[in-house]
Ligand binder design. Sequence first.
Ligand code: PGA
Length: 257
Amino acid sequence: MRTPVIAGNWKMYLGQTEEALGFVRGIRQPLNEVDGVERVLCPPFTVLATVAEVLQATRIEVGAQTMHWEDQGAHTGEVSPRMLQDLCKYVIIGHSERRAAEANAETDAAVNKKVRAALAHGLIPILCVGENLAQNEAGQTEDFVGGQVRAALEGLGADEVRTCVIAYEPIWAIGTGKAATPADANRVMGVVVRGAVSQQFGEEAAQAARILYGGSVNVENIAGFMSMPEIDGALVGGASLKPDFVELVRRAAATRG
Ligand code: PGA
């Protein structure tokens, strides 16, 4: 049985100490009380250590939003897996906002190095994949997303892949209020994402890896996603910045429980 995960990706919000502390102190207790799902908060680097400290005595986990693949070096502005390994449990890798050419232009090859580095340091990668609107409309979703999964996991062992979290986030659904339908997401996640893992690493690893949906998940639609057999949770952006993130997590747990 796969334990569901609901991860809140704060992106470049709540990065000042007081605002982050205020928010986390407000949701900490009720969020900690929810059983049956893993909860992860992924704040900006500026408050990662602060948030981790405030959550120390809780069952709420912390994740980073990206990292470099090297332990140290001349990489101005980067954060390494060694810097993160004692600070958090998860790290988001290859978010579409970082893969974007006009942002950080992260390639599949870079994503692969990051996934390997995360696992080598005991961090659990939340690997993001997903097609854009043009690819979706051209019927290229399966080829593109399958290719991203294969490239990101290349060279790993099945024992590593089984511990990974993979987030299917169609780019057209991120921050738009236009979520995929649960049925469509379930199909891509099962046939394409889990299918690619199974082909490359075997069915046991594919059944163990957790696959999340991301893209305009909110308190109203979370139950629909969680009722799908291939959907093991959600990567939540905008809705993770509001106090009713707790209610979203509760509904996720209730749907699975
Ligand atoms: P959203 O973002 O929930 O605001 O659509 C999701 C994500 O980018 O992870």
